[in-house]
Write a new protein. Sequence first.
Length: 403
Amino acid sequence: MYSESLVATDPRDRIDGLGWVTRAVFDDPRLRLTIGAEPGAAASYAVVPSLDRARFLLPLGPRRVTAASMLAYNALRPPKVRASRAALGLLARAGALGLTRAPVLSVSAPNGVELLWDQLAGLLGRPRLHAAIGIRPPDPHHKPTLQLFDDAGRPRGYAKVGWNDGTRAMVRAEAAALAGLPPPGGDLPVTPRLLLHTRWHDREVAVVEPMPGDVRRLRHPDLPRLAAMLAVARRGGPPEPPRPVAQGDFLAAWRRRSAPAIAPAIDALEARDGGLLVEFGDWHGDWVPWNMARRRGELFLWDWENSGSGVPVGFDLAHQAFQTALSTRGRPAAGCAAAVDAALATHGPALGLAPAVQRFVAEAYLIELWLRTFELSADGAGWNPKLHPALLRILDARLNPPR
């Protein structure tokens, strides 16, 4: 089917996205990876669309598995992506994927050496699993995500692989968050269950259940789901009594994570709002439209690795406003901060936030966002130039206005 000649080059030596993903997933030095179709390989993948622009490793097992890798949950994709994936899925189903001339990655394993999804199949009680693997640009905080399918092409789970200190901590955090969520009900969003949390070599791996096949994109992605936000903040229960900002561990936790550059902003916020009464609770930590879906009136919410507790109610609303403005509209940090103000002014009253609390939540969120950016940079990801030093200037102007 694939006539590409063998090239004895190990893709793990590459410095691009294909390189870091294959190093993270195929870390055992006893595995042999080659570009080209190789008889008897333990696994074979189409590198889509090409080696230099790789975005996806498409498993070349049973046709229905290859097709499902492209077609499962395609309704969640943007229209252009949906169309291209549908075309590839139809070619795969017809056995004509070779027409794409996509390079083939072959993985050869000596006897006794398991691939990750073989290990996961045993732990999950499945006879065999196949993995479709997404590829992103190299980054110390990107984690390979594996879509797991059985021989019939049915989705059986999503596996996240933590491969360094930072990503292992993220996987552990998400596993703990999923295990500790309250039972579904009321306005709480539906969350995929944690199926497995395990170690494999020095990798941290969490597998969550697949979503129903008929989930769809949100019709109005920019519209905040306020009842669900409140349910997450209150863990499906009643509100906590408001307490002064300076009381409790909120500011102290910031200072334990802090750096000298952000300390003046924390001090200024405490000086102004230390006595302000604020409701604290949980947050999802990455409440954005691309982490959500809908199905028959239900809201699905995934990616809980940044969740936490003891934060001001309204942080998820602020995060959605800021990140939507940043990622989908390309606005600068100042414009994103203005989007936070607008969202809190419009929707804050429904969350019980008075104007003074809205202002506090906006500026507290900007501090929290800078701290995240700082922690990512400290772990080797480098500073996000869209956020640093712009957030420090924004905070200084807001917290220390000219007299």
